[in-house]
Design a protein around this ligand. Sequence first.
Ligand SMILES: C[S@@+](CC[C@H](N)C(=O)[O-])C[C@H]1O[C@@H](n2cnc3c(N)ncnc32)[C@H](O)[C@@H]1O
Length: 209
Amino acid sequence: MNQTPNVTAMGAALLRAAHVVEDTPPWVLEDTVSAGLLTTAERALAAAELDSWPSEVRAAFRLAHAVRNRLAEDVAVEGLDAGRADYVVLGAGLDSFAWRHPLAARFRVVEIDHPATPRWKRDRLRAAGLTEPADVCFVPLDLTAASLAGIELPAPATWSWLGVAMYLEPPSSRRRSARSLLRAPARRSSSTSSSPTTSSTSWLVPSGQ
Ligand SMILES: C[S@@+](CC[C@H](N)C(=O)[O-])C[C@H]1O[C@@H](n2cnc3c(N)ncnc32)[C@H](O)[C@@H]1O
């Protein structure tokens, strides 16, 4: 089990936040919360990696991170009308939906991540002067060690797992998580996956939804 906060979560937060700073409007996502959750040292650590990429690659990743969150959040909002007021964020990292989305108060947000990451995030939220909304719940869980089927989670719900599946090793734990998402009734999920040569966003919609 990881004992330290995940550096990939810092990178995703910085890329998402950079969209409004480095790209011209109209923006697909306006995340002015995430970057403020990082200390100067953490920002420098993540930025050192991102700055080593060619600018075109950085621009593409910036946009991809903004778009993937926007898509997942639009699906979540669409689900409100279908009775899905629970939004389960797998591998949430520094996801900022609950602190910035105009409709966040209409959701119960369940954030799942390695135990060290929610601990770290909650410290950061306090340091940034952000309170934890009553309807946000943090579930510390190592997805490679535990099955989602083993914990009580809401259904119906909208699920997102953005930038997570590729970190779940071995691949069998990836398949197990995907299977438990697909098996559950009345769930809708958005996920991203990538390999060294591809990156994609997909919608996993259980039959009948
Ligand atoms: C690239 S970050 C993405 C964070 C967030 N979804 C976002 O888009 O900002 C990957 C996240 O997956 C989490 N993660 C990786 N492996 C995990 C595991 N085995 N169990 C739970 N969370 C995991 C990391 O802690 C990290 O927060």
